[in-house]
Design a protein around this ligand. Structure first.
Ligand SMILES: Cc1ncc(COP(=O)(O)O)c(C=O)c1O
Length: 390
């Protein structure tokens, strides 16, 4: 029999997956020597203290498997931090699962709670992993639009997305790609619907400390009635500028945690043991660390956004996270993909076409997303290159 790798060895589960547009942009950026404002990873150093803690942990021989659901030191540090910041009491023995980044925390959580044929609600535009995550569970995704310029949702549209098939709503706040920070009132609407329809809120809060203009981050798990109905996902990646470490966590009631731990154990066994030890040191950093992190991002936002506006972009100023959605209607290009191609090839700046954050053809084609988790020099250089557009 002839060997036919394509048809026979591609599972139905992955048939509709496409290559991540963001990684493709990173490749194009390298090819054209462009400044990469596409993929959201910092080009500046991680804090010395936690790098030193990682070296120390390796030297002290934290080099074998940690307990599958997380090193005790890190689980204790996570519990202490959530108590300090949000008054949230967590039992490190029964309510915390350390995973390989929030990526694995999210997929483990979904695989633990969602059955094939059920539905998951996702706000649109969205971070690109949630659709494939739902698909890997055999679940369907229901999209609810966030409307610019405030990226607010219509409570009636959200209500219409809920049904007896809804198992969970995935919520990312502060939000990638829009920079929206969901307000307490909005979270109350979501929480009310979760309770009415007996659904869970699974929240991706990895930008919790990157906030602007007095925005406040509220974990939905802290709202009345949501303690047992939420899974909070977070990681070291963005708060400590260590996206390559792959250490994250899922926080939930013991019942939910039990399922998450089972999936996690079979998926990855555990996150890197020495980096979990360093993570415990990171989570114990004083409040000033987080204040400085937020101040640094205010400065970076201020370097990039006026340069974009001067070059002709309409910016939707983010209230959190480190991305800016822009409207490119003023440039007269046929669509976002053609524009981004021109930007990377001719101007030397890589960005992400807005359509990659939307489901369905044609949507999001007037938007382009830039990230600004970069050194000031990198952002200044981007600003200089963007001048060539006008
Ligand atoms: C919203 C969101 N969630 C998750 C991730 C990935 O997080 P981690 O590195 O913790 O897996 C990213 C990375 O850009 C993100 O923007």
């Amino acid at each position: 029999m002839p060997f036919e790798p394509r048809a026979r060895f591609r599972s139905r589960r992955t048939a509709r997956f496409t290559e991540s547009v963001i990684r493709e942009m990173t490749r194009l950026a390298l090819e054209h020597g462009a400044v990469n404002l596409a993929q959201g990873f910092p080009d500046f150093s991680a804090p010395d203290l936690i790098k030193e803690a990682a070296r120390t942990a390796i030297a002290a021989d934290f080099n074998q498997y940690a307990i599958t659901w997380g090193a005790p030191s890190l689980r204790r540090a996570i519990a202490a931090k959530y108590l300090r910041w949000y008054g949230l009491e967590l039992d490190p023995e029964r309510e915390i699962t350390v995973c390989c980044g929030s990526t694995e925390s999210m997929i483990s959580s979904l695989l633990a709670v969602v059955n094939p044929g059920e539905e998951v609600i996702v706000f649109e535009p969205f971070y690109e992993n949630y659709g494939p995550d739902a698909e890997l569970c055999g679940a369907a995704t229901r999209h609810v639009p966030l409307h610019p310029p405030e990226w607010s949702f219509d409570p009636d549209e959200l209500r219409r997305a809920f049904s007896p098939r809804t198992k969970a709503v995935i919520l990312n706040t502060p939000n990638n790609p829009t920079g929206k920070v969901f307000s307490r009132q909005e979270l109350e609407v979501i929480a009310g619907l979760c309770q009415e329809f007996d659904a869970l809120a699974i929240t991706d809060e990895i930008y919790e400390h990157i906030l602007y203009d007095g925005a406040e981050h509220v974990p939905i798990i802290t709202l009345p009635g949501m303690r047992e109905r939420s899974i909070l996902v977070n990681s070291l990646s963005k708060t400590y500028s260590v996206t390559g470490w792959r250490v994250g966590w899922a926080l939930a009631s013991p019942d939910l945690t039990d399922g998450v731990r089972k999936v996690h154990d079979f998926l990855t066994v555990g996150a890197a043991a020495p980096l979990q030890e360093a993570g415990a040191v990171a989570l114990a950093l004083p409040e000033e660390y987080y204040r400085q992190l937020a101040r640094d991002y205010v400065e970076r936002r201020q370097l990039l956004l006026p340069a974009l506006e001067e070059a002709g972009f309409r910016c939707f100023w983010p209230r959190g996270a480190y991305y800016v959605m822009t409207d490119i209607s003023g440039f007269g290009f046929p669509d976002d993909v053609a524009f981004v191609r021109h930007l990377v090839e001719k101007i030397g700046v890589a960005a992400v076409p807005g359509s990659s954050f939307f489901a369905g053809p044609g949507k999001g084609s007037r938007f382009v997303r830039f990230c600004f988790c970069k050194k000031c020099e990198t952002l200044e250089e981007s600003g200089a290159r963007l001048k060539r557009l006008s």
